[in-house]
Design a protein around this ligand. Structure first.
Ligand code: ATP
Ligand code: MG
Length: 220
C-alpha cells in the first residue's frame, strides 16, 4: 500500500530524508516516531503529495507519487484522509458543513451527503453539535470533527500527524479508539507521533525515523 525506497528530501541545503525506505501493507495500522525535526511530518506530507521527493521512489497503492502530474493530485487525494495541524477546520462553517465539504466537492448526491455525514458525526459522538461553529467546541471535540472530516470519504489511507497533540488522556484515548475503528473497516492508518503512550502496548509496527532514515522498526 505504501512504499518508500531510498527517498531523498531536502529543504534548500538541509537534508531531511536520505536513503529513507519503508513499506506498509494494505489494512495495517502503524506509527512513525523519532526526535523533533527528524522529518516525520515531512514524510507524511510526501505521502499526501503536498511535498515532492528529490530522489527515490514513493508510491501509495498504484499511485507513483514522484510521477504524479499536478492536475492528478486532487484525484489521488480523494483516497487519503488527513489529520494535519495545518489543515484546520473552517471557522465560518458549521460542524456539519466542515465534514460535508469534501463530499460536496465530489458532487455527491445531497441526500447521501446528509446520511453519510450524520452517520459519521454519530460515530464521533458529535451529532448534537452538527449546527455549531467550530470555535464553540472544545479542543477534543474539534479534533473529533477533524477526524470525522478525514473519515467521511472512506479513504483507503489515513495519515495523522500528532493527532492527540494538545489533548488530555481521555480525549487522546477516544481519538485512538476512533482510529482503530476506522482501521477495522479497512482503512490503512499511519500516525506520526513522539508520544510513546500512543503506541506502547499497541502491538503495532513502530517506525523510528532518525538520522534521515528509518533507523529501526519495533513492535509497540
Ligand atoms: N517548509 C519547510 N521549509 C524549510 N525547512 C523545513 C520545512 N518543513 C520542515 N523543514 C525542516 O525539516 C526538518 C524536519 O521537519 P519535520 O517537520 O518533518 O520534523 P518532525 O519530525 O515532524 O518534527 P516534530 O516532532 O517537531 O513535529 C526540520 O529541520 C524542519 O526545520
Ligand atoms: Mg512534525
Amino acid at each position: 500500500m505504501i512504499k518508500l525506497s531510498n527517498v531523498e528530501k531536502s529543504y534548500d541545503d538541509a537534508v531531511v530524508l536520505k536513503n529513507c525506505s519503508m513499506a506498509m501493507e494494505r489494512g495495517e495500522f502503524a506509527f512513525i516516531t523519532g526526535p523533533s525535526g527528524a522529518g516525520k511530518s515531512t514524510l507524511l506530507k510526501l505521502l499526501y503529495c503536498s511535498e515532492q521527493v528529490d530522489n527515490g521512489h514513493i508510491s501509495v497503492d498504484e499511485w507513483i507519487l514522484s510521477k504524479l502530474k499536478k492536475r492528478t493530485v486532487p484525484y489521488f487525494r480523494r483516497n487519503i484522509g488527513v489529520v494535519f495541524q495545518d489543515f484546520k477546520l473552517l471557522f465560518n462553517k458549521t460542524v456539519f458543513e466542515n465534514v460535508a465539504l469534501s463530499l460536496r466537492i465530489h458532487r455527491m448526491d445531497p441526500r447521501e451527503i446528509m446520511e453519510r455525514v450524520k452517520l459519521i458525526l454519530k460515530e464521533v459522538k458529535l451529532l448534537h453539535k452538527s449546527d455549531v461553529f467550530p470555535q464553540y467546541l472544545s479542543g477534543g471535540e474539534q479534533q473529533r470533527v477533524v477526524i470525522a472530516r478525514a473519515m467521511v470519504s472512506q479513504p483507503m489511507l489515513l495519515l495523522a500527524d500528532e493527532p492527540t497533540g494538545n489533548l488530555d488522556t481521555d480525549n487522546a484515548r477516544t481519538i485512538m479508539r476512533l482510529f482503530r475503528e476506522i482501521n477495522t473497516k479497512g482503512t490503512t492508518v499511519l500516525i506520526a507521533t513522539h508520544n510513546e503512550d500512543l503506541y506502547y502496548g499497541s502491538g503495532r509496527r513502530v517506525f523510528f525515523l532518525n538520522n534521515n532514515h528509518i533507523e529501526k522498526e519495533i513492535v509497540g
